[in-house]
Design a binder for this molecule. Structure first.
Ligand SMILES: [Zn+2]
Length: 389
């Protein structure tokens, strides 16, 4: 509560000055004396820890005038930071209800009140106010962001899509990305009704909003495949690789099925080889081994895998290596395989950091007594878990 007192001190001073300046006017004088009483009563309540009564008195004492508006906002902000939402709400509501504020302050008050409602989970009221603020330029982008947040929580995809015009006009990448996902969600609903044309249309809208939406291509590929339009699906899978190489490993299996239907496995494995060369992905490597085994035999496949794992050891790669060894090995070859496995595991362990800071998570292969990142003492300890202690 002390910070609130400090906050109100300048207001009290300004108020005193204001009183002095205007002391000539007798009628004002009585009014201001009345305020002065309310103000000091408010402070008294504050000091005796009766905060709710204090707020009532202070709100009344702090007549909303140009020079006290900022103090109101600051007071409400302080309440909000302390998690006293109902009190922040009370102050903001007081400002909004005032009606005679300059338009800038009025908009700010509506915006802050909308944020209070949102935090309180009163979505209807928050939505109504954010919608009103869409016309106020300084709050347009923020209001759109909050509205999309509300519609995401309420799964009201169509309402979000209705904001398309404003979002496109604003060209905000993050909002466009959100909007694309709203289209994807809406397409899932159209899919339930088996409306193929609408599903494709919605997903194309998603791609128009955000050409990088991996998800839109992903869903498109699935829809095309389920309607036996495998050539279209194949294009989508390739697009996913161009859009986001990190997502790609998860569609390799589906893409393979798609190319099987097209009778174009040769083309598929050429693509996978390219993916492996470009990204070193373990999933692509394992997939490519299928082709090598069939075309050139197991020994060639194991050699290829071994080379790949030496360059880029991964646990999933090891697992596959052991699996191939178990299937193919003659007993005399076993020592050789164990040697290879030992070598791979050493390479893997050497790649991983030996120490991590327990305070900030900084990783290092060298030990320091003081963490180079957060400078805490003796927090860099050996890593625990799969590769550690
Ligand atoms: Zn640290």
């Amino acid at each position: 509560m002390l910070e609130l007192l400090f906050l109100l001190l300048p207001v009290a001073m300004a108020y005193g000055w204001f009183m002095g300046r205007n002391s000539i006017k007798q009628k004002d004088q009585t009014e201001k004396q009345d305020l002065s009483i309310k103000y000091s009563t408010g402070l008294n309540y504050l000091l005796s820890n009766q905060q709710d009564k204090a707020i009532d008195y202070l709100i009344e004492a702090l007549k909303v005038e140009d020079d006290t508006v900022e103090a109101h906002f600051a007071m409400a902000n302080l309440f909000r930071r302390r998690g006293e939402l109902d009190r922040a709400l009370k102050v903001h509501e007081h400002l909004v209800r005032h009606g005679n504020l300059p338009s800038k302050a009025q908009q700010q008050a509506v915006f802050e009140l909308a944020k209070d409602f949102l935090t309180a989970g009163l979505y209807d009221r928050a939505e109504h106010m954010f919608q009103k603020l869409l016309k106020a330029k300084p709050y347009q982008q923020k209001s759109l962001t909050y509205l999309m947040q509300i519609y995401q929580s309420t799964k009201d995809w169509q309402q979000g899509i209705a904001l398309k015009k404003q979002i496109v006009k604003l060209k905000d990448k993050h909002l466009l990305h959100n909007l694309a996902n709203f289209y994807c969600e809406a397409s899932l609903e159209a899919q339930k009704q088996d409306n193929f044309i609408q599903v494709v249309e919605l997903l194309e809208q998603a791609l128009a909003c955000d050409p990088n939406s991996c998800r839109a291509n992903w869903q498109l590929a699935e829809v095309y495949e389920s309607h036996e339009q495998c050539e279209q699906a194949a294009k989508c899978y390739q697009a996913i690789y161009q859009q986001d190489k990190e997502f790609f490993p998860d569609v390799i299996e589906k893409m393979h099925n798609c190319y099987k239907s097209l009778n174009a496995e040769q083309e598929f494995f050429a693509f996978i080889r390219k993916v492996y060369d470009e990204t070193g992905s373990t999933s692509a490597l394992i997939k490519y081994l299928e082709f090598l085994t069939e075309k050139h035999g197991e020994t060639k496949a194991i050699e290829f895998l071994l080379g790949g794992l030496k360059r880029r050891p991964t646990i999933r790669g090891f697992k596959h290596f052991v699996k191939l060894q178990l299937v193919s090995d003659s007993p005399e070859k076993q020592t050789e395989s164990l040697d290879a496995i030992k070598e791979l595991i050493s390479a893997y362990i050497n790649m991983r950091p030996r120490y991590s800071c327990r305070t900030c998570g900084f990783n290092s292969s060298t030990h320091y007594w003081s963490c180079p990142s957060c400078h805490d003492w003796e927090t860099l300890k050996p890593v625990r878990g799969l590769e550690g202690e």
